[in-house]
Write a protein that binds this ligand. Structure first.
Ligand SMILES: [Zn+2]
Length: 403
């Protein structure tokens, strides 16, 4: 090797070291990043049968990209909507999803660790694994049975969202309380619902109040003896939709010692985006668009023309919504809002990656978390504050809840 080659190689090695040292030194990678909500289990794994231990081009998350984004701790959402996947019902659905997470972890022992207590969380972080926790999204999965609640807790469930969009017989959801109140037989938590909360407290399962109606929210805050989370909700004052939390709720969470983990969905971040989406919903808007399409569509057969019109409408709608996506700064406004209202101890990250159809520009998948840290730094947040927001606050709630 001649001198020029040797110095070139030396330069390459040096620059590589500088780059990797800079990456390692970056606050974002030194901080513990906890995300309290990801739907990869139900979408990536169950719907698309993808192997999330290797890099995927589809979806938002996989083990390779989580590492690149500096993620340390992930709550995996066990999700089934208001219609069960199995004919045996919701409880069976929950167990199958937990099985799938456990088998992914078993196949990747060097990269993942299932945590069911705080000691394991700390150990996994030290070992630089993706610390994986089970969060069950919807009280309907216990099928009104405290025995099933206990069984899920014993399998490792470490939070349960009291409701999803569907109410249970013992807790009303935000969707029902706001959009279809007449459908409700009761509002808030029943006596059984309060029993569920107490049992969760005893078993070390965090109460998650995302998706719950305001009445259920306040009833649960009154019943719990432990700090709560909202695993994936944003700020109502900035984007007034039923899934977001009002100022008084933010204050109640602060008083409880809990954390609101900001959901990245464009429709929960930007009022403008949400309004645009609503304006595109009515059938009359679609009909008007189709009526205005080029006349040569008339040459196609009826069925072909319908397919083509549907395709063009979908593209038009998607392009419009895509062009109106919020910025990273608008997302960080939600964090900022909570910090200004109640201080920096009560906000965290609950992205909802793989569970949402639109994200702010630049936050397209789990590799992009560092951009949030950069924006917080740009706004003058201290290292200490940023560490709390990225994960410290949720770790505090885990420690207070877990046994
Ligand atoms: Zn959700």
């Amino acid at each position: 090797m001649n001198m020029i080659h040797r110095s070139f190689l030396f330069f390459l090695l040096l620059s590589f070291n500088i780059v990797s040292a800079q990456t390692k030194d970056k606050l974002h990678y030194k901080a513990v990043l906890v995300d309290t909500h990801n739907d990869a289990l139900s979408s990536q794994v169950l719907d698309y049968s993808l192997d999330i231990s290797v890099r995927q081009t589809k979806g938002h998350s996989d083990l390779v990209r989580w590492k690149e984004g500096g993620l340390d701790v992930q709550f995996f959402s066990v999700f089934t909507g208001d219609k069960a996947r199995n004919k045996e019902g919701f409880y069976k659905d929950a167990n199958q999803e937990i099985d799938s997470l456990i088998s992914i972890i078993a196949r990747n022992p060097g990269k993942m660790l299932l945590a069911t207590n705080y000691k394991q969380v700390k150990k996994g972080i030290r070992q630089q694994k993706i610390v994986s926790l089970i969060g069950v999204e919807g009280g309907h999965m216990i099928e009104d049975d405290l025995g099933k609640l206990e069984a899920l807790a014993n399998r490792g469930m470490r939070y349960m969202t009291l409701t999803w969009n569907n109410s249970t017989s013992w807790a009303s959801s935000a969707m029902d309380e706001t959009l279809r109140p007449d459908s409700l037989k009761q509002k808030g938590l029943t006596e059984f619902g309060k029993q569920v909360v107490r049992m969760m407290n005893q078993m070390g399962v965090i109460i998650d109040l995302s998706h719950t109606g305001e009445q259920t929210f306040y009833d649960a805050i009154a019943a719990t003896t432990k700090p709560v989370i909202l695993s994936h909700s944003s700020v109502w004052s900035l984007c007034p939709v039923f899934r977001n939390v009002k100022d008084d709720q933010v204050k109640a969470v602060a008083k409880n010692g809990g954390v609101i983990c900001i959901n990245f969905y464009s429709g929960f971040i930007s009022r403008k985006w949400d309004e645009l989406q609503r304006s595109l919903n009515p059938d009359s808007v679609k009909a008007k668009f189709i009526a205005g399409l080029a006349p040569n569509k008339g040459l196609l057969s009826d069925s072909l023309r319908k397919v083509e019109e549907e395709r063009e409408w979908r593209k038009y709608r998607a392009d419009k919504l895509d062009a109106a996506r919020p910025t990273i700064s608008e997302l960080v406004d939600h964090i900022d809002y909570i910090v200004k209202l109640v201080g920096d101890d009560h906000v965290g990250i609950g992205s909802d990656y793989d569970g949402v159809s639109s994200l702010p520009v630049g936050l397209d998948d789990v590799t992009t978390y560092p951009k949030i840290t950069e924006e917080l730094q740009r706004r003058g947040y201290s290292d200490r504050s940023i560490k709390k927001i990225l994960g410290g606050n949720v770790l505090r709630v885990m420690k207070a809840n877990f046994k």
